[in-house]
Ligand binder design. Structure first.
Ligand SMILES: Nc1ncnc2c1ncn2[C@@H]1O[C@H](COP(=O)(O)OP(=O)(O)OP(=O)(O)O)[C@@H](O)[C@H]1O
Ligand SMILES: [Mg+2]
Length: 238
């Protein structure tokens, strides 16, 4: 059997007295699209940070494509879209993408950059400084930056936040394209409708860990909502 995109075994993370993640066992195969649901403070962002290697687990084991998340080879396979934009305000949109193109050694970067700029409908603003962009435009450029090097695993932390209805549709189209290309997508969202539309599997996190892991296809929005509201308010410290 092929190596899973992601394997977590008994992963826990605490910040002093706060237990952000408890005993997470999770395997995600290449090509799966999985939504992570849960209330504020349930540990969703912490989980993505551990998967991307930004944070280390307090205990347990994480394997990304069969190796440690900090493995250099993994950097090129990974895209992260989060509230941290990883963009330079004093550079233009084009300069930002050229910079990331050089970091990732992208072949024919000019064409690839033109493509991703068109994908997020920012071609006409490519010579403008990112500092002058609106929030939604900055988020769209973040998406372009994340997809530039054609990653295999997309980690998306509330990627729809700040986008207008048009841009939400644009991102859904892009993610569906990525899905068709066989990419693995792991996203957090508070929008159950979008989660249902995009993913085949969903997990629900709360302070006890993963309290549900199942197929999205055979479930109704009502059932998802029920699972969601059965969680314990994660901010309550035991
Ligand atoms: N750097 C940190 N230092 C201390 N506590 C932290 C840190 N990062 C997260 N936490 C705590 O860990 C818990 C999980 O936080 P996390 O950001 O992962 O939640 P979340 O599910 O992403 O919530 P939201 O839906 O609000 O984004 C929270 O109680 C939070 O206060
Ligand atoms: Mg979060």
């Amino acid at each position: 059997m092929a190596t899973p995109a992601l394997q977590l075994a008994k992963v826990s993370k605490d910040f002093g007295r706060i237990i952000a993640l408890r005993n997470i066992d999770l395997t995600i195969q290449s090509g799966e699209v999985v939504s992570i649901l849960g209330r504020n403070g349930a540990g969703k962002t912490t989980l993505l940070n551990i998967i991307s290697g930004v944070a280390k687990p307090s205990s347990g084991k994480v394997l990304l494509f069969g190796t440690d998340p900090s493995d250099k080879l993994n950097k090129a396979k990974l895209a992260i879209i989060s509230h941290e934009m990883f963009l330079y305000g004093n550079l233009t949109a084009l300069e930002n993408l050229e910079y990331y193109g050089s970091i990732y050694n992208i072949p024919d970067p000019g064409q690839r950059i033109a493509n991703v700029l068109a994908d997020v409908e920012l071609t006409h603003r490519r010579f403008d400084l990112v500092a002058t962009f609106s929030r939604g435009m900055t988020q769209r450029l973040t998406i372009a930056r994340a997809l530039l090097h054609e990653p295999s695993l997309l980690l998306l932390d509330e990627p729809f936040t700040g986008l207008d209805q048009h841009a939400i549709g644009m991102l859904l189209t892009l993610l569906n394209q990525q899905k068709k290309l066989g990419k693995t997508i792991l996203l957090t969202t508070h929008d159950l409708h979008t989660a249902k539309e995009l993913s085949e599997r969903y997990i629900v996190l709360d302070k006890h860990g993963i309290i549900h892991d199942g197929s999205m296809k055979e479930t109704t929005p009502d059932e998802i909502r029920k699972k969601y509201f059965s969680t314990i308010a994660a901010e309550q410290v035991a």
